[in-house]
Design a protein around this ligand. Structure first.
Ligand code: TYM
Length: 327
């Protein structure tokens, strides 16, 4: 049996090059080496209020972006989390083996809850639902960006705790991070992670941004006070631009050093912008073709859910038996 891969994205905000380089690009690279399930995690999205109509549209947009990036629906399952009820079912059972302290320690919870006036309890449970997503399919590999590494550690802890309480049940998954651009930083503020929820005008390059907008955002990126690229002494803004270029181009560290050392920042930015545009143009073209056929998209999501539901239901059945629940 091929090792299973599971990963997902929240249908909120606009997907950006951080999501692409941190996760989506790697999904495409490994999709034929493993049995892959790529999810649109709508139940995670509602841990903060979402406009219902906008959420529904966003789910389809993310599915189309997966396909536009090159995910092959013949070989991979693309599915929406809420279409397979076993995610929420397993989430409850895992909640019951998860100490509160483990959840309160999560940096994303701390950051997100600090921004809210009233904190929904779903925000605290968020990583347990994420653990359920992964453990439900006995996934061995979870390709994500670096910001999800702590949630993956928690998933491993939950799996191990369940296994020690009730006997070997879950595969303990491994995290797979990209070697370059595991954490793409905001272009306006390279000390902050590029984020879908950030509002700054020049913060992120969206995957669906037109070329002019991409050029503007990158040309305005924050750098530092050095006159030109000097990699050992470069600030976080320049390092961020170089790693974006490197991840899109596939160049080695040596090639990047040779190509960019001594280059003025204006020229660096031009090269980065053209590299990003060259990659996103065909991607956006495919996106337009896919969204022109909503029935195709709906069929992909239906088939995905139908393909994975038996795996999920099997796990829930086993978990119920192990816990002594009524089956
Ligand atoms: P989400 O929707 O915030 O992000 C989707 C993916 O993009 C990666 N990512 C980044 N990578 C590099 N640089 C960045 N600035 C950047 N921003 C985001 C994320 O690491 C992620 O891989 N909790 C998850 C969704 C989720 C999930 C799962 C993932 C739910 N269940 C099970 C894996 C397995 C999230 O909010 O991702």
């Amino acid at each position: 049996m091929r090792t299973r891969v599971f990963s997902g994205m929240q249908p909120t905000g606009n997907l950006h090059i951080g999501n692409y380089l941190g996760a989506l690009k790697n999904w495409v690279r490994i999709q034929h080496d493993y049995e892959c399930i790529f999810c649109i995690v709508d139940l995670h999205a509602v841990t903060v209020y979402q406009d219902p109509a906008a959420l529904r549209a966003k789910i389809l947009e993310i599915a189309a972006l997966y396909l536009a990036a090159g995910i092959d629906p013949k070989d991979c399952s693309i599915m929406v989390q809420s279409a397979v009820p076993a995610h929420t079912e397993l989430s409850w059972m895992l909640t019951c083996v998860t100490p509160l302290g483990w959840l309160e320690r999560m940096t994303q919870f701390k950051a997100k809850s600090a921004k809210q006036e009233s904190i929904g309890s779903g925000l605290l449970q968020y990583p347990v639902l994420m653990a359920a997503d992964i453990l439900l399919y006995q996934a061995g590999i979870v390709p994500v960006g670096e910001d999800q590494a702590q949630h993956l550690e928690l998933t491993r802890d939950i799996a191990q705790r369940f296994n020690s309480l009730y006997g070997d049940t879950f595969v303990v998954p491994n995290t797979s991070l990209p070697t370059v651009a595991a954490r793409v930083m905001g272009l306006d503020d390279p000390t902050q992670k590029m984020s879908k929820s950030a509002t700054g005008l020049n913060h992120a390059v969206g995957l669906l941004d037109p070329p002019d907008k991409i050029r503007k955002t990158i040309m305005r990126a924050t750098t530092d006070s050095n006159p030109a690229v000097d990699i050992p002494n470069a600030g976080p803004g320049v390092i961020n631009l170089l790693s974006i270029y490197q991840a899109f181009s596939g160049a080695t560290d040596e090639e990047i050093k040779a190509q960019f050392t001594g280059l003025r920042y204006g020229d660096l930015k031009k090269l980065v912008a053209e590299m990003v545009i060259t990659h996103l143009e065909p991607f956006q073209q495919r996106y337009r073709e896919i969204t022109a056929d909503p029935a195709y998209l709906a069929a992909i999501l239906r088939e995905g859910a139908e393909r994975v539901a038996p795996i999920a239901n099997d796990t829930v059945h086993t978990v119920k038996q192990r816990m002594g629940l009524y089956t």
